[in-house]
Design a binder for this molecule. Structure first.
Ligand code: NAD
Length: 275
């Protein structure tokens, strides 16, 4: 499949489907990332907290592709929030990834109780101005945190990476993003595998002769979200990028209706408060 691109500010093209590497060990990441790139992925999503940036960097190199053909995302971990500490943490990530620049740098969690995300964001703005990142964004930010950034800083996040799958979707975040030009990116797009036996999804998948994972990923793309499924199994890595089929508007609506409002991940209002 030709992966669609979403344009971010600064004429930065972001592949709408990427490869997530959370819970892939550092010494397995090289092979996993190289396999994903060989299969057709160009967008890799890691984070300093995943402890595998070095392996990801080796995988990028192993692919043999020119750096400009790849879209590399990493994230600032909670303990490094603050202006100077963000600049230092970015440098560490960049060194581990063995790359001159990162395509998209995200603040991993807002941690509102620490009240450091504005200073952290200002450091991200500096990284953008210095040209070592091509785009900056956030993860797990709620509309109130995005409003604070809008009032206290000059740059709108290009992307907000949040929990999103058929069982949980924050429609307020989707609406805020649509209004302010912030791309919503789905983490755990397959609900960590938990949605794969759902009867509604299984029936839709059968109608298309596709897998449930493919149906769910097609739904994310058709809803305008970026999705970053994770698997280390080569056949699933290939399946997850083979999305050349069309869901009907009724099928898309049926999946929208599955939202229970119950997260599988932590609540961003509180996560990291004790870190
Ligand atoms: P996911 O929704 O991608 O599901 C992964 C699980 O589904 C794995 O167990 C995998 O074996 C299984 N799976 C994948 N493809 C399959 C297929 N075709 N058929 C059957 N099973 C399949 O969950 P995830 O790993 O939590 O999320 C994906 C990525 O999102 C992560 O790797 C990470 O990059 C990102 N993420 C970000 C945050 C954040 O706070 N920003 C949090 C969680 C995850």
């Amino acid at each position: 499949m030709q992966v669609p691109q979403i344009m971010l500010p600064g004429d930065v093209a972001m592949p709408q489907l990427g490869y997530g590497v959370w819970q892939i060990a550092d010494d397995e990441a090289e092979t996993a990332v190289a396999t994903a790139i060989e299969t057709g992925y160009r967008h890799i999503d890691t984070a300093s907290a995943y402890g595998n940036e070095k392996g990801v960097g080796l995988g990028l190199k192993k692919s043999g592709l020119p750096r400009e053909d790849l879209f590399v995302v990493t994230k600032l971990w909670n303990d490094a929030q603050g202006y100077e500490s963000t600049l230092a943490a970015f440098e560490e990530s960049r060194t581990k990834l063995a790359t001159e620049y990162v395509d998209l740098y995200l603040i991993h969690w807002p941690i509102p109780s620490k009240a450091l995300f504005v200073d952290t964001w200002k450091a991200c703005e500096k990284l953008l101005a210095d040209g070592v990142v091509r785009a900056i964004g956030v993860s797990n930010f709620q509309p109130a945190h995005l409003e604070t950034l809008a009032q206290e800083t000059g740059t709108v996040p290009a992307v907000n990476q949040v929990e999103s799958h058929p069982m949980f979707r924050d429609t307020e975040i989707d609406a805020y993003g649509a209004e302010h030009g912030i791309v919503t990116e789905a983490w755990s797009p397959l609900g960590q595998g938990g949605v794969l036996t759902d009867p509604t999804l299984t029936a839709i998948a059968a109608e298309h002769g596709r897998s449930v994972a493919q149906v769910v990923l097609r739904w994310h793309l058709d809803s305008g979200r970026v999705a970053i499924p994770k698997s280390v199994t080569p056949s699933r890595i290939a399946e997850n990028i083979d999305l050349d089929f069309v869901l009907t508007s009724e099928q898309l609506a049926a999946i929208d209706w599955m939202n229970t409002g119950e997260r599988i991940g932590p609540d961003p209002l509180f996560f990291g408060s004790d870190a």
